[in-house]
Structure formats: C-alpha cells, structure tokens
Design a protein around this ligand. Structure first.
Ligand SMILES: NC(=O)c1ccc[n+]([C@@H]2O[C@H](COP(=O)([O-])OP(=O)(O)OC[C@H]3O[C@@H](n4cnc5c(N)ncnc54)[C@H](OP(=O)(O)O)[C@@H]3O)[C@@H](O)[C@H]2O)c1
Length: 264
C-alpha cells in the first residue's frame, strides 16, 4: 500500500542540505510531508542557509546529533570528503539511515556512524523535481521503500554493492547525453555497459525521458552544471567528454571515479 506523506507521523532528517539534500526536502514537501516533520542540517555556508530560508525550513535546522535522535528516516547527503567530520550516531537512534554518498560503501559509513546504513544512489535533483527520479538500493530494504515510493522515486534493488559504480555512471547519462551527439558512440557505450549490467539499457531509456525536449545552449550548460558535484562522478564524465573522449570512455572514467571515492 502506498504511503501518504500528508498523513504520516514519520519524521525525516536530511543531514547535509546542499543540492541533493534540498531537492529531497522539496520533494518530500511537495508530496505533502509537514514541515514540522522534516529536520535538516548543513555546514557553515550562508548560501545554504539562504536556500533553506527560501524553502521555509529555517526553523527546522538542527545539529546532526538531533537529526539522528529525532528522525525515523535519515538521508545522508554530505560530500564523501566530509565523512570524517561525522560523529557516531547516539546509541538511542532508531533512524533508518539512507546514504546517498556516491561511491562510499555502507561498511565505511557504518564504521564511522555505528548504525546500520542502506547504501542508495538517487538520480540528480532535476529528475526529482520532475517526479521522475530513480534510486538504487543495497541491500534490498523493504522498510524504507514506502517513503521513497511516496517521493515518486522508482526503486531499483542492486544484488551486489559493487554495481553502484555502474549505476552511478548510468544516472549521469542525462548530462552526458547533452554533451555527446554521436548516435554510434551512444550505442557503443550503452551496449558495452549493458553487457556487464543489463539494466543499463533501461537507465538509458530513463535518461532520454528525463531530458527536456528542447534546450538552448545556456540551458544545457546550466543543466550539466547543476548535475556536477565538484570532485564527483558526473564531473569526471563531463570533463572527459569536454576533452573529446568517447562516451564509453567518459562513462568508464565515471565508474573509475566512483571506485576512487569508495576508498575515501
Ligand atoms: N548532486 C547530485 O546530483 C547528486 C546525485 C546523487 C548523489 N549525490 C551525492 O550527494 C552528496 C551531496 O552532493 P551535493 O551535490 O548535494 O553536494 P553539496 O551541494 O556540496 O551538499 C553537501 C552539503 O553538506 C553540507 N555539510 C558539509 N559538512 C557537513 C556536516 N559536517 N554536517 C552537516 N552538513 C554538512 C554542506 O553544507 P554547507 O552548504 O553549509 O557547506 C552542503 O550543504 C554527495 O555525496 C554526492 O555524491 C549527489
């Protein structure tokens, strides 16, 4: 049965309310979660503070410890480079923690936080805003699926955590396709990765579907920029394409960057 966020008593936390964290917050609010049931944290940037003010969430800012104590579900959306700043979750925490950190294995976070973690990879903020997001999960986690489905996210279970590297390169396809116009190069790349991970074909179809039909050069540039976390996987793919490398090579660079981040 579908969870109705307008009538749930669940509290949701977002630890690291940056680009992705704010997109998750907006999606939850759009689908009806009451502001009072949403708690967020961030670092020290005035820009993020301003963004949270625009979302009407200034009164919902808490420290990380309070998030662990009060959230039933807690999205981790900091950059992988910031993991070492996190303290262990208080032993009283009952939160279901969903880590959206690209590349970082759940074992690494569980070691830091001392709490079970579901490893997840959602598609980018623009796709969440369109209500066309997808999210990969490992391990298969039935408890959190109703909330994710209420956010209109399509859940894809990964049988093996290592497949996150490929899936993550796959969800960068909307940006990559904007920078690669060669159909043979696209087919070659998709067939190459689908031979290793068959759902890659489905991810390609999803990427075509989420791209707005007509965009000016400036809109394309803004779309690509919004998808790039500095030092992240989309950025590695985008930089490779801008250097004239093939889509297959660029996606491999993304997979390699994801593997590098997993060793952070
Ligand atoms: N953007 C995407 O399309 C996308 C898609 C899938 C997954 N991801 C993953 O999502 C994560 C965030 O990416 P992003 O693009 O949203 O990065 P971002 O905009 O830099 O957001 C990171 C946020 O974490 C906050 N932060 C830093 N240290 C913190 C701490 N100790 N406690 C609480 N908050 C802290 C920062 O606060 P301040 O702003 O105040 O410094 C910032 O708001 C990354 O791990 C990335 O791999 C991103």
């Amino acid at each position: 049965m579908l969870l109705d966020l307008r009538h749930t008593s669940q509290h949701v936390g977002i630890l690291g309310a940056g680009h992705l964290g704010c997109a998750i917050a907006e999606t939850l609010l759009r689908q009806g979660l009451a502001r009072e049931q949403l708690f967020v944290s961030h670092g020290s940037s005035p820009k993020t503070k301003q963004r949270l003010h625009e979302l009407g969430l200034d009164s919902q800012i808490r420290d990380n410890r309070t998030l662990f104590e009060s959230a039933d579900t807690l999205f981790l959306t900091i950059r992988p480079q910031a993991i070492s700043q996190l303290e262990a979750a208080p032993s009283s925490s009952k939160a279901h923690v969903i880590s959206c950190l690209a590349g970082v294995p759940r074992a690494r976070l569980e070691m830091q936080l001392h709490i079970p973690v579901t490893h997840a990879m959602p598609s980018g903020p623009a796709t969440l805003a369109q209500d066309k997001g997808i999210i990969a999960l490992y391990p298969a986690e039935n408890t959190i699926q109703p909330l994710l489905q209420a956010m209109l996210l399509r859940c894809i279970m990964l049988p093996d955590e290592d497949l996150f590297h490929l899936f993550t390169a796959g969800v960068c396809l909307p940006a990559a396709l904007l920078l690669c116009e060669s159909k043979p190069a696209i087919n070659e790349a998709i067939e190459h990765f689908a031979a290793i991970y068959p759902p890659f074909r489905e991810i390609h179809l999803w990427a075509q579907d989420v791209l707005p039909p007509a965009m000016t050069a400036t809109e394309c540039e803004n779309y690509v920029r919004a998808m790039c976390t500095p030092g992240g996987i989309t950025e590695a793919i985008v930089n490779s394409l801008r250097q004239g490398e093939s889509l297959r090579y660029a996606l491999q660079r993304g997979v390699d960057r994801s593997r590098e981040l997993s060793k952070t």
